[in-house]
Design a protein around this ligand. Structure first.
Ligand SMILES: [Zn+2]
Length: 69
């Protein structure tokens, strides 16, 4: 379905969860907000309102590869 998820940069867990939150505004411009979080240490990936789940995954993976972990 979508891009693979890198392990958590903080605890190394592979239990990464994808989440999708409903729009915070109404109307045609409203978008769901995708978020990625670690199912082990509960850290949440970089979030930007209105980002798609794919964008959230992309940001998560970018941070994961930036980490010295
Ligand atoms: Zn973690």
């Amino acid at each position: 379905m979508s891009a693979p998820l890198a392990p958590c940069p903080f605890c190394g867990s592979n239990r990464i969860e994808r989440r999708l939150f409903p729009p915070t505004t109404e109307g045609p411009a409203a978008r769901q907000t995708g978020m990625v979080s670690c199912g082990s240490c509960r850290v949440v990936g970089p979030t930007q309102t209105g980002q798609s789940l794919d964008e959230a995954i992309e940001r998560w993976n970018m941070r994961a590869s930036d980490s010295p972990f």
